[in-house]
Design a protein around this ligand. Structure first.
Ligand code: ATP
Length: 584
């Protein structure tokens, strides 16, 4: 008989889970530490109020001053430990979430990362995480205060059952009201956040498209009006939220003072409490006021943190799973003669377009040391193919083989390590990839060859995208790619931002230089006839490729097939080298 599958229970609080506080062991330690701190606080209160009532009765009590001092010190130490434990647990768990982002970004599928980037999901996730981190100190103090209030309340119960019952009634009343208000303000905060996000989006359009916005008044007016509307709605909601919170806190303060007055003025007259008991009970109530108000003040913060935790949990759920486990990677082959694409199809996932674009079937053989040119009109799928070849986009059908062996998931990282690329939207990193096998001499040589050596600091580090022109950026990216020493270089419309000199040099010299360094070159171009510089030319039309055009004459001039990668790339990364050598 099959047993029913237990349904996963939804955790009561996303915040507790995200901050690592749902862990039973941590919770137990927190409760024990908190209770010791609260009890020590209570002992100092009891000794203080006993001494006080003794003085009022004209008796000097024999309350040991040492007990008071010792409990005060113990209370201080355990409060500190409680808050410290809560914060260190929460911040470590939040840092682990950041490490999780890192893992998703590095090991998740490239396509999914691009989708998330387009939706700014990583920015949003970091934003929510930062909100939680900012609220944690207040919340941890409030949690400690809640325990102190709880123990003090238990003491009040022993002093005046009527008073404690009345206080409980008042707390339930205020608490209910508070929860209702918190729910209302939560909705308000949600609306304010939506306006805030729209406003941030508007700002980034105004900054990102600043040149266009400055030139076009009507577009600027439209964008500015939209941002202004969001600022106004954010302002109105925040003000309403602030006002209702202010009202609530004033009411709570009034209720606490009014409640103390009932004890002082009414109870002794009713005979519900003796004059002798009055100072003790009043001091407990006054003592309770501080932790209670601290606790209540933190409720909106808790609501905001819980909201951020829910949003962050939802974003974590859509983060891409790891494509492979790095520790289980098999080794790549030492040499490659050919890379083959057999019956490869790839389709983008459904997005805004009614029909997602697809390429394929692609059948293609790339020989080591050869030059492959890809041509075609805009939107024909050239750049998509350039990302499929190194398996950045993984085919839906078909296979990619290296020397006749399919590249399975466990070899994907080593396979990708054969490639470096200058894509159209390439990124200039602020640091050079100096880790393994980066050839500094070749880098400087390439910079001089590409006429940008005077623009790049000796260290090569610290450049940002804006420090160079578009064409110079592409030249720098090419110099870095060559110095990295990987055997295959992918170039996507490298000449599109180049001047006449470099357009000519690309065809006449640069491709030849890369080949003389033993590199296989795969490039996309819109420039006319590539037959003179390519061993094979592929034409893309609406995602399909025409039969490759081979240039036999050129083939004879190119580097021999089956070139040894280790000789081919002067600065081949040491880790790839190690992988490659091991499988020899
Ligand atoms: N991330 C994406 N999600 C969905 N569709 C995409 C994505 N990127 C590109 N496409 C679609 O794929 C098609 C091919 O794009 P691709 O960039 O490969 O064309 P291309 O031949 O390189 O064009 P161009 O010469 O303009 O650079 C386009 O119609 C585009 O809309």
């Amino acid at each position: 008989m099959s047993r029913p599958i237990p349904r996963p229970s939804k955790p009561a609080s996303a915040l507790l889970v995200l901050t690592g506080l749902a862990d039973r062991e941590v919770l137990t330690r927190l409760i024990v530490t908190g209770c010791i701190s609260a009890t020590a606080n209570l002992i100092s209160l009891v000794s203080l109020s006993a001494e006080l009532s003794g003085w009022l009765r004209g008796e000097v009590m024999d309350t040991p001053f040492l007990v008071f001092c010792a409990s005060l010190i113990v209370g201080y130490m355990f409060s500190k430990r409680f808050v410290g434990l809560l914060l260190t647990t929460a911040f470590s768990a939040l840092a682990d979430t950041r490490r999780r982002f890192l893992r998703h970004v590095t090991l998740g599928s490239h396509g999914e990362i691009l989708d998330l980037e387009a939706k700014q999901s990583f920015d949003m996730a970091n934003y929510h995480l930062e909100r939680i981190a900012a609220l944690m100190p207040n919340l941890s103090i409030a949690a400690n205060m809640a325990l102190v209030a709880l123990v003090a309340y238990a003491y009040l119960w022993t002093l005046s059952t009527l008073g404690a019952t009345l206080l409980l009634g008042a707390a339930v009343l205020v608490g209910g009201w508070y929860v209702r208000e918190a729910q209302r303000t939560r909705a308000m905060l949600g609306d304010a956040k939506t306006s805030e996000l729209r406003m941030l989006q508007g700002f980034s359009e105004l900054v990102g498209g600043n040149a266009e916005v400055k030139l076009g008044k009507s577009r600027r007016d439209e964008l500015v009006a939209a941002v202004e509307a969001d600022i106004a709605s954010w302002e109105a909601l925040k003000r309403r939220h602030g006002r209702s919170l202010g009202e609530l806190f004033s009411w709570i303060a009034t209720i606490i003072v009014g409640f103390s007055a009932v004890f002082v003025f009414i109870f002794p007259r009713m005979g519900a409490m003796s004059i002798a008991e009055l100072p003790t009970v009043t001091s407990v109530i006054l003592f309770l006021a501080r932790p209670l108000s601290k606790f209540l003040n933190a409720v909106p913060d808790y609501v905001a943190a819980e909201d951020a935790a829910n949003q962050l949990t939802a974003l974590l759920a859509i983060m891409p799973a790891a494509e492979y486990e790095p520790s289980r990677l098999a080794r790549a082959p030492r040499h490659f003669d050919t890379i083959e694409l057999r019956g490869v199809n790839f389709a983008y996932r459904a997005g805004m377009r009614p029909e997602p674009f697809m390429i394929g079937p692609i059948d293609l053989t790339i020989r080591s040391g050869s030059v492959v040119g890809i041509v075609g009109s805009n939107g024909s799928g050239k750049s998509t193919l350039l990302r499929v070849i190194p398996l950045l986009f993984r085919p839906d059908d078909g296979q990619i083989l290296i020397d006749g062996q399919p590249v399975e998931t466990d070899r994907i990282e080593a396979y990708r390590d054969l490639f470096c690329a200058v894509f159209q939207d390439h990124h200039i990193f602020t640091r050079l990839p100096r880790g393994n096998g980066f050839d500094d001499d070749l880098f400087r040589e390439m910079l001089a060859y590409l006429k940008i050596d005077h623009l790049v600091p000796e260290t090569g580090d610290g450049l940002l995208n804006r420090d160079l022109s578009k064409g110079q950026r592409r030249r720098l990216a090419l110099a870095v790619a060559v110095a990295e020493g990987r055997p295959i270089i992918i170039l996507d419309e490298w000449t599109s931002d180049q001047d006449a000199e470099f357009r000519t040099r690309f065809a006449n010299e640069i491709i030849g230089k890369l080949q003389s360094l033993g590199r296989t070159v795969i490039f996309v171009s819109h420039d006319g006839d590539l037959s003179a510089i390519c061993d094979q030319t592929i034409r893309m039309v609406g995602g399909r490729m025409s039969a490759p055009e081979h240039n036999q004459n050129r083939q004879a001039a190119s580097a021999p097939a089956g070139i040894d990668i280790i000789q081919a790339g002067p600065g081949l990364r040491a880790d790839a080298l190690a992988c490659l050598q091991e499988t020899e």
